[in-house]
Design a protein around this ligand. Sequence first.
Ligand SMILES: Cc1cc2nc3c(=O)[nH]c(=O)nc-3n(C[C@H](O)[C@H](O)[C@H](O)COP(=O)(O)OP(=O)(O)OC[C@H]3O[C@@H](n4cnc5c(N)ncnc54)[C@H](O)[C@@H]3O)c2cc1C
Length: 405
Amino acid sequence: MEKIAVIGAGASGLFVAGLLAQKGLDVTVFDKNEKVGKKLFITGKGRCNLTNLCPPEEFLKNVVRGDKFLLSALHGFSSEDCVAFFEGLGLKTKVERGNRVFPSSDKSSDVIKVLQNVHCSGVNFSLSNNVKKIEKLENGMFAVFAQKGEEMFDKVIVATGGKSYSSTGSDGAGYEFARGFGHTIEEIRPALCPIVLKDWFVGTLQGVSLKNVSLNAVADGKKISQFGEMIFTDRGISGPIALTMSSLVNRAKNVELSLDFKPALSEKQLDLRLLREFEANKNKDLSNVLKNLLPKVVAEIFAKAVGLDEKKKIHDITKEERQKILFGLKDFKLDYGELYDLEAGIVTSGGISTKEINPKTFESKLASGLYFLGEVLDVDALTGGFNLQIAWSTAYVCAKAIAGY
Ligand SMILES: Cc1cc2nc3c(=O)[nH]c(=O)nc-3n(C[C@H](O)[C@H](O)[C@H](O)COP(=O)(O)OP(=O)(O)OC[C@H]3O[C@@H](n4cnc5c(N)ncnc54)[C@H](O)[C@@H]3O)c2cc1C
């Protein structure tokens, strides 16, 4: 019987292992952790956003790197297949805003339970066993050198994840295994992570959240705009639109950021609104009127940030000054610093070059019998269940190729 080693008991590793064991193969899953699915446990804030049921074209728009490479895998095992698969294991699911799928129980631990206890019932687990090296021998077998000893396998599947949130086990070891077989590693960059700002007011705004705003960027000349919610952190910005922005600008050399506080209003409409506010509050300070347009703490820094005196009476505000306020509301400059470090990325951008991987099997083009799945590859997507779907799809297609589903 063919012996298969799967390195990594995360999303893709557990999924592929169960499928192969069900086809009668002798499968051993190695993980350095004492339990399986440590990253899965923290996904979706502990609720695990399993996949996303948006139409396929929209799905691909959410894949930042590797969309073409992943086409056949996503077709081979779609988000509908994913839902059917988990329901088949006895896990009830529900669909939330934006086609996001979660377990009905809202517990990621339930996803792990069905994967480990039901799906992987025929799999051997070698936990607390850090794999240090993989070598291909002259007889075509693979030697897996792990903390607890050395073992031989016919095939090896590397499912070690990326290089962020390393406390969950994904510390980039997979890149080293791949390098050992001559693979190219595309530059690793943080993705879906907060953004550091250099503005003087950043610390002051910590915890302030903004809804229905547009975060705009010009990244190496390319314009990008994200509408939605964001939150100020101690060093910069986070929240959905900032995380998405980080994935879209993480390779740019030059990034300019700005905020549109009132994206629903054109400049003309906003100017009329300002005129109305000014007319009704002629004898008030500018700071008081700004509070009608912005959250209080933001209003407090706004005047200074656009170069105006917050104590100035509205009846003294000149037309030019009103223009400054208008432009400040529509195009409030943020001083981009950098991205938070790799560790803070919900996913890792970059990884094993997809040019060296067969997209129909996920086998290495440089070493037969060696496979790479999930985040260790140079693929990444936005939030919404897309990254886990990539893990499931790559795993399914690989299992199908090895065991002939
Ligand atoms: C906070 C957070 C929330 C997230 N939420 C979501 C979400 O809701 N929906 C979504 O789609 N995506 C989400 N993601 C992303 C998603 O979790 C990952 O993309 C996905 O888990 C990648 O799966 P994987 O199988 O490639 O790797 P992982 O799930 O990271 O698994 C890799 C495994 O390999 C093991 N390993 C690594 N090196 C070795 C070694 N040398 N020896 C032995 N074992 C090793 C690790 O211990 C780990 O268990 C989230 C990520 C984070 C950090």
